[in-house]
Design a protein around this ligand. Structure first.
Ligand code: PAF
Length: 281
């Protein structure tokens, strides 16, 4: 496995891989890898000849006062984990390579980025779509892998790749959870023991929502209230949003019908966590 830091070196390597006629799988990450990331890497390894994992804490997707500085970074640990999964290349560029002085070009997906996380994190998705476009241009993957945990991100990236006629397939892999149900996230590392315990309310409430729908509840607001009520039992958890939307346009639903996304974001102390489930009604 090679760890490549420079864009020039990466481009040369990709040129060779293309010449060999190999298919390329890309797993974009911000590093500090966990089992969720590794499930994406395994997917790419199964599907593609050549696997690239990008590790880059992208400054332009963090808002003012967010955790860009604190975001954990450990390339040595990540490299060991990638090596174990037979990754071919880790691409870990510098900020000055990705956004040199005078950088002025951004990619913006409209409408889908306005609700859910977009409402509270202005500019976040613009940062994501811009860096992912750059990574796609650099790595030229046949397939790129993202997690369902970031449901809105997955949808926004799919829209971007369709609208801009990008020549690749997006693969969205299921959320990986801890045995007690907490969705894997790098940000779980910020949680104290008590906060982590409180965080279990997220999945518990989503599971309750699934049960209620299974029992025949069809009014979105009633399901949302049940979820909020369960979460509010945990004084450490502050709800940012609980919403039920359709999985295509991300439009709020009043009556539950078809494939729906129940998505939520909370703050536990300083840590912002998201989770979601997709339900077929
Ligand atoms: O999901 C993430 O970790 C990031 O948003 C991504 C897709 C790697 C872009 O920086």
């Amino acid at each position: 496995m090679q760890v490549i830091r420079s864009i020039t070196e990466l481009k040369e390597k990709i040129r060779q891989v293309k010449q060999w006629g190999q298919t390329i799988g890309l797993v974009p990450t911000m590093g500090y890898l966990h089992e969720g990331h590794l499930s994406l890497v395994k997917g790419a390894r199964d599907d593609c000849d050549f696997v690239v994992v990008s590790i880059y804490v992208n400054p332009i997707q963090f808002g003012v006062g967010e955790d860009f500085e604190e975001y954990p970074r450990d390339l040595t640990r990540d490299a060991r984990l990638c090596e174990e999964e037979n990754v071919d290349i880790i691409f870990s560029p510098s900020d000055s390579d990705m956004y040199p002085k005078g950088y002025a070009t951004f990619v913006d997906v409209e409408i889908l980025t306005e609700g859910l996380c977009g409402r509270n994190r202005p500019g976040h998705f613009r940062g994501v779509t811009t860096v992912v476009t750059k990574l796609f241009n650099l790595v030229e993957p046949d397939k790129a892998y993202f997690g369902q945990k970031d449901a809105q991100q997955a949808l926004v990236l799919r829209k971007m790749s369709e609208d801009l006629n990008m020549n690749l397939e997006l693969v969205i892999m299921p959320t990986v959870r801890e045995p007690d149900g907490l969705a894997m996230s790098t940000r779980n590392h910020y949680l104290s023991e008590k906060e982590r315990e409180a965080g279990l309310a997220l999945y518990r409430s989503l599971t309750r929502a699934e049960e209620l729908i299974e029992q025949g509840l069809r009014k979105s607001q009633e399901v949302i209230s049940a979820v909020e009520q369960l979460i509010n039992q945990e004084p450490l958890v502050e709800i940012e949003y609980v919403e039920i939307v359709d999985t295509k346009e991300m439009e709020r639903l009043e009556e539950l019908r078809g494939e729906i996304l129940i998505a939520l974001a909370v703050k536990i102390g300083k840590t912002r966590l998201i989770d979601n489930v997709i339900v077929e009604v």
